[in-house]
Ligand binder design. Structure first.
Ligand code: SF4
Length: 299
C-alpha cells in the first residue's frame, strides 16, 4: 500500500473540507429531497402545502443556479471517524478542517457568521475559537478517514433544549419534554425538520447525542428496537401537534424524529432536543491513506 507524505495528506483533507462545506450548502442529500417531496404529498392544509411547494422549488432553483439552499451558512460542524492506522494525527486533521473551512468561506465566498460571543466582533472567515466544531470517533484496525460536514443554521440551533428528568419521570417524561420543546419552538426553527433527541449519558453528552441524531440520513432508525420504537412514536405524536410547515398550521410538523442514546447513571434521566430545520445539509468524504478522496452523497 502506498502512503503519501503527511503534508500532502493534510492538503487532501483540507481540500475535502473546503469542498464538503460548499457542497453541503448547495446540494442536499437525496433522502432529504425524498422526505420533502413526500411531505408535500402528505400535507392537506392549503397554506402548509404552499410552503412545502415553495421549499421544493427553492431546492430546484438552488440546483439550477448552483446556489445555496439557504442564506445561513451556519456553523461548520464536522464528524471525523479516524482509523487507528490513518497516518495523519488528529491535531493535523483538526488544522486541515479549520483551514478548509476558512478557504471555502473566503474563496467562494460564503457569508461568515462567526463572532466572539461577548464582543460580537466577527472573525470574517467562519473559523474562530473552537470553531469549526469537530466530533471525533476513533476506529480500530482501519487506515481511513471519514469526514462529514453538517453546517448548522442558527434558527434551528436556537431551538435546542435540555432537561434533567429524574428516573421517576420515565419514558413518559422524555416524551412530554420533547413534545413541549417542539410545541414551544413553533415556527421559529423553520419546520418541517428533523427532531434530534439525545437520551442518557450526562447533561453535556445528551446534547452531543441529540446533535449526532440530526446528522443521520432522514428516516433511518436506531439499531436498538426499543429506541427505534420511541422514534416512531414521537414522529407520529409530533405530527399531531398541528404546528405545520413554518408554524402556520398543517399535518407536517416534522420530517422525522431521530434518537441517539447512551447508558446513564441510575439516578439520571437526561433528555436533550436539537432541532434541525428543513435545510438539513450534510456531505461526506472518505479519505484513503494514499490521499484519494471519495465523496459520498448518502452517508
Ligand atoms: S433555520 Fe434553517 S432554513 Fe431557517 S434560516 Fe436557518 S438555516 Fe435557513
Amino acid at each position: 500500500m502506498s502512503t503519501m507524505a503527511s503534508t500532502d495528506l493534510a492538503i487532501a483533507v483540507e481540500d475535502a473540507a473546503a469542498h464538503l462545506y460548499v457542497w453541503a450548502l448547495k446540494d442536499i442529500p437525496q433522502d432529504l429531497r425524498d422526505a420533502l417531496r413526500d411531505a408535500m404529498g402528505r400535507e392537506t392544509h392549503r397554506v402548509g402545502k404552499r410552503i412545502l411547494e415553495t421549499i421544493n422549488t427553492n431546492v430546484s432553483v438552488a440546483d439550477e443556479q448552483g446556489n445555496l439552499v439557504c442564506q445561513d451558512t451556519g456553523i461548520a460542524v464536522f464528524y471525523a471517524r479516524v482509523g487507528e492506522r490513518f497516518p495523519l494525527h488528529p491535531a493535523r486533521i483538526e488544522t486541515a478542517l479549520r483551514e478548509g473551512t476558512r478557504r471555502a468561506t473566503l474563496d467562494h465566498p460564503l457569508r461568515s457568521n462567526t463572532v466572539h460571543t461577548l464582543t460580537r466582533v466577527a472573525t470574517g472567515d467562519n473559523t474562530g475559537h473552537r470553531i469549526p466544531h469537530i466530533h471525533w470517533e476513533f476506529v480500530p484496525d482501519w487506515d481511513g478517514l471519514d469526514v462529514k460536514c453538517v453546517p448548522k443554521g442558527s434558527g434551528s440551533e436556537n431551538m435546542s433544549f435540555l432537561k434533567m428528568c429524574v428516573p421517576a419521570d420515565g419514558v413518559k417524561g422524555i416524551k412530554q419534554f420533547v413534545l413541549e420543546s417542539i410545541v414551544g419552538a413553533g415556527g421559529k426553527p423553520c419546520p418541517p425538520g428533523i427532531v434530534g433527541v439525545g437520551i442518557g449519558g450526562s447533561a453535556d453528552y445528551a446534547m452531543y447525542l441529540a446533535k449526532e441524531a440530526i446528522a443521520r440520513p432522514v428516516g433511518t432508525r436506531n439499531s436498538d428496537p426499543v429506541v427505534a420504537q420511541l422514534e416512531e412514536e414521537l414522529f407520529q405524536l409530533l405530527n399531531e401537534t398541528g404546528i405545520g410547515p413554518m408554524g402556520l398550521g398543517g399535518d407536517v410538523t416534522v420530517l422525522q424524529c431521530h434518537i441517539e442514546h447512551a447508558d446513564t447513571h441510575m439516578t439520571l434521566n437526561p433528555v436533550a432536543v436539537n432541532y434541525q430545520c428543513w435545510a438539513a445539509r450534510r456531505a461526506t468524504a472518505h479519505v484513503s491513506v494514499d490521499g484519494t478522496v471519495d465523496y459520498d452523497r448518502e452517508a
